[in-house]
Ligand binder design. Sequence first.
Ligand SMILES: O=C(O)CCC(=O)C(=O)O
Length: 285
Amino acid sequence: MSTPAVDLTRRTESPGPRFTPAEVEQFQRDGYVIVRALADAELRNRMLEATQDGLLKEVEPLEYEADMHYPGSPTSRESDGGRTIRRLKQAHSRNFAFTDWVQRPELTGRLQQLLGTPIIAPLAHHNCIMTKQPDFSSDTGWHQDIRYWSYARPELVSVWTALTPERPENGCLKLIPGSHTIVFDHTRLDEDLFLRSDVPENQTLIDNAITAELDPGDVLFFHCRTLHAADRNRTDTTKFSVVFTFRPGDNPPTTGTRSASLPELLIPAESIEPTTISVEENLQG
Ligand SMILES: O=C(O)CCC(=O)C(=O)O
């Protein structure tokens, strides 16, 4: 079954500093929302330049495709394509453009609507630029980001910013609307906690997936339990996306875990009333 794309209608006016009520409602219901043209071209270009420089100079810390052992990955760092970079880690420390982006009112205003005040950006998760390259990229299976994260509650919002076009052919994200409400029984997940496609109820979910087609500057907000996946890049151009995650102040990482292994950013933002994320859990499995 082909995966429907979300509406790519361009907006003509500035998106402003807040989600509309309909967008908040969509986030609550579907576990994601896309805001078109949220990151302006000047800032995007600064993030893209810093990214291309980091890629060219191989500035550590890096994640290589070969490290993942996903379908399509080179078998080792020594094999053909083994030095293909999958992501530049620690985006925030690479250039002020990334600090600038996570403090922009058009972003923080929206995060406050979802998370309240204060907004915290963990540096241990995401905080990266995905560099999905043409020759040696891989397929990422269906997963919920929270699977390897440890927080008081599964309540974080990730922000995926397209620096270049994202389409099915270059491996744009696919998402399953409403999957942020589902708590999966272990029989539906494989040993790496990816959704098993050989389980019929899982396949029914996968059949409902949408593709998040993005143009440069479009921003996808998604819940840390929203199931998502992506195919490899089958074009001849690298796809670049900046990804950060954010949490409410009262949802700290668990001491001693990877989530608590790095500092976090306290994001400056004016205080506004949040629309809390009320996820009614749907225990399946
Ligand atoms: O771009 C991809 O292959 C997927 C990345 C992803 O799902 C993630 O970083 O959580």
